[in-house]
Design a protein around this ligand. Structure first.
Ligand code: SF4
Length: 357
């Protein structure tokens, strides 16, 4: 058995297992006892939790909270709404679509870490939404839709499929002439870096007509270790680009220091910050949500001009009609026939000539 398989078979998903690693509070124990749905993480990720601090950013992503029972703002049947699953287009369960030229290909509902803030909760955590993961049916649909050029393979976590299945998926997609790129959405470089094995690298690696991009999800600098660094280096070395899609999470990364540290530390392990997502209105995750403006303010106050340009993610909200940018809009202060008056990150003003078309 490989280490990653051992990690999956020994997920930390009971009070007894957790108590060997951290000191649980009475509230956490009560929440776990009241949770009927999937929860848990890998022993590796669990070891990164703070032993005594219930506000530890990793602890909050792993351990259920009683607040999950409250649902004032979450939209019921969220994934059906968000992924346009009830519209007239007849698609296989595996295919979610918001754009003309690209789709999300949902291949399984198992994860290494059952993130408490997951917007796919209904599919992955609660399992109230059951999909048929018929990969060949999905491939057939993609083959027939020549307008699709970009396939995002997602789940659950698609890198928890066996090497053989991943190889099959990639090979079949590459056979389709209109496919130009394959993307994986996977948290394993963060929660289970042991999954980036020699065997998997062989499957993902190499020079091909259709490249592979991988976007992971890291929400706090504390999640980044030397194991992450190695896994990402190996992925890059075999030709797989690695980006990050963080979620803006109240009490986890919505303070200036955590937000800046996260984006700077990602670059130290060669992960390019790509998106910061507003925490979507899925059910049971109200307590993770900030005001919408928060992400733009954090980018304005901690990243733009304050650190390396490569550390700047795009702040967006993912909706049923696609992603909508929510970036800070403060630089053009005034426009007159001669000039634009621009403001920088320190509040200083400068002029730029207004050149007529
Ligand atoms: S890894 Fe992704 S799909 Fe799985 S629980 Fe976390 S956020 Fe949801």
């Amino acid at each position: 058995m490989e280490e990653w398989q051992y990690q999956m078979q020994n997920q930390v998903n009971s009070i007894e297992k957790l108590e060997q690693i951290i000191n649980l509070t009475a509230k956490e124990i009560e929440a776990i006892n009241n949770t009927k749905t999937k929860w848990g993480t890998t022993p590796y990720f669990a070891q990164l939790m703070d032993k005594d601090n219930p506000n530890c950013p990793i602890r909050k992503q792993v351990i259920p909270s009683l607040q999950e029972k409250q649902n004032r703002y979450g939209i019921k049947n969220y994934l059906i709404y968000k992924e346009n699953r009830s519209n007239e287009e007849n698609r296989p369960d595996t295919i979610a679509r918001q754009y003309k030229d690209r789709i999300a290909f949902t291949v399984m509902n198992i994860c290494a870490n059952y993130c408490r803030h997951c917007f796919r909760k209904e599919l992955v955590v609660d399992e109230s939404l059951q999909l048929r993961f018929d990969i060949d049916e999905g491939l057939g649909w993609i083959r027939e839709h020549s307008e699709i050029r970009d396939v995002l393979i997602t789940g659950g976590d698609p890198l928890l499929l066996t090497d053989d299945k991943i190889e099959y998926l990639i090979a079949k997609l590459r056979e389709i002439p209109h496919i130009q790129m394959i993307r994986f959405g996977s948290r394993v470089p963060i929660v289970l870096p042991q999954r980036i094995t020699k065997g998997l690298l062989k499957v993902l690696g190499g020079f091909h007509r259709v490249p592979i991009w991988l976007n992971t999800q890291c929400n706090h600098a504390k999640e980044i270790t030397e194991f992450t660094a190695r896994a990402v280096y190996d992925l890059l070395s075999c030709g797989v680009n690695v980006g990050n899609q963080a979620v803006l999470l109240k009490g986890i990364n919505d303070d200036p220091k955590s937000f800046k540290d996260l984006h700077q530390k990602l670059l130290t392990v060669r992960i390019r910050p790509y998106y910061v997502f507003y925490c979507e209105p899925a059910p049971g995750i109200d307590h993770f949500r900030t005001p919408v403006e928060k992400g733009a303010e954090l980018i304005r106050d901690t990243l733009r001009g304050h650190t390396t340009g490569l550390a700047q993610p795009m702040y967006v909200v993912a909706t049923n009609i696609g992603k909508i940018p929510l970036m800070p809009d403060y630089y053009i202060q005034e426009k007159n026939p001669e000039n634009y008056i621009l403001k920088n990150y320190q509040g200083c003003l400068t002029n730029l000539p207004n050149i007529p078309e």
